[in-house]
Write a protein that binds this ligand. Structure first.
Ligand code: HEM
Length: 223
């Protein structure tokens, strides 16, 4: 049964929609949490520490954090695998033999594919930058995310990488949210306008909220 659902195009689209919404929920929370940087190092670092101890005493130290990480890894892998398989299917289904010019995917499809690749690369960079410190500019300080974030956005390439990724994120979420709503059956003639507006507002808030952090550092509001 599960195999039949997974093998179907609708099944893969449903996996994409659900995993996308799970990641979106994480991003909304992450964006709001990041805004605490405007309240100074004490509050921001305290919040980062809380992320490690949340759920105690019921949960052991970092258990909740690892649970969230596990859910995110499953969501990212499911999203990427189904995206890849759907695009292979799409390419195979094209009647390429009958046309002279190479058929091109629609603007939205191409934006989603490129956006997905940019975001996947960004996530790897971001983890190596602010979680492990491997590619971090300056001395990475474990347990001091405020200073680490300020260091990252004090370099031109840090600003460029994050701002380009956040713009890609906005476009990806805008179309992705809309597609997910259609796949999960939320679309209808009366609701489509509201869904499109919700996708626009969500994408805009997410992008603006994330970009506020590098802009805050660049303008000296956060230092
Ligand atoms: C300006 C934008 C962003 C800033 C300033 C930022 C900041 C941070 C910081 C400081 C951490 C480390 C937290 C800690 O170890 O205490 C972190 C972790 C993380 N961020 Fe971001 N982030 C941004 C955007 C994003 C975006 C767009 C994504 C996803 C597409 C993302 C995904 C993650 C993930 C998955 C983690 C790892 C969480 C963990 O397992 O510990 N972040 N971020």
């Amino acid at each position: 049964m599960a195999r039949t659902v997974w093998d179907s195009t609708v099944g893969k689209k449903t996996v994409m929609a659900v995993s996308g919404l799970v990641m979106l929920l994480y991003l909304v929370v992450h964006m709001i949490g990041n805004l605490k940087i405007f309240f100074g190092p004490g509050e921001f670092n305290h919040y980062a520490h809380w992320l490690r101890t949340v759920g105690e005493p019921f949960m052991h130290d970092e258990w909740t954090l690892w649970l969230i990480r596990a859910v995110l890894v499953v969501a990212v892998v499911a999203h990427a695998v189904s995206a890849y398989q759907l695009s292979r299917r799409d390419i195979r289904a094209r009647p390429a033999k009958y046309v002279h010019r190479k058929p091109r995917a629609s603007y939205a499809t191409r934006t989603m594919r490129w956006g997905g690749i940019i975001l996947a690369l960004f996530i790897v960079w971001h983890l190596l930058d602010l979680t492990t410190g491997t590619v971090h500019s300056g001395g990475f300080q474990e347990g001091h995310p405020y200073q680490n974030v300020v260091d990252t956005f004090s370099t031109w390439y840090g600003d460029v990488v994050y701002i380009v990724a956040m713009l890609a994120l906005g476009l990806h979420v805008r179309h992705g949210f809309w597609s997910a709503a259609q796949t999960l059956g939320a679309g209808s003639r009366t609701r489509d306008r509201a869904l499109k507006a919700a996708a626009d507002v969500l994408a805009l808030l997410l992008t603006a909220g994330f970009i506020a952090v590098p802009v805050g550092v660049m303008t000296g509001v956060v230092s």
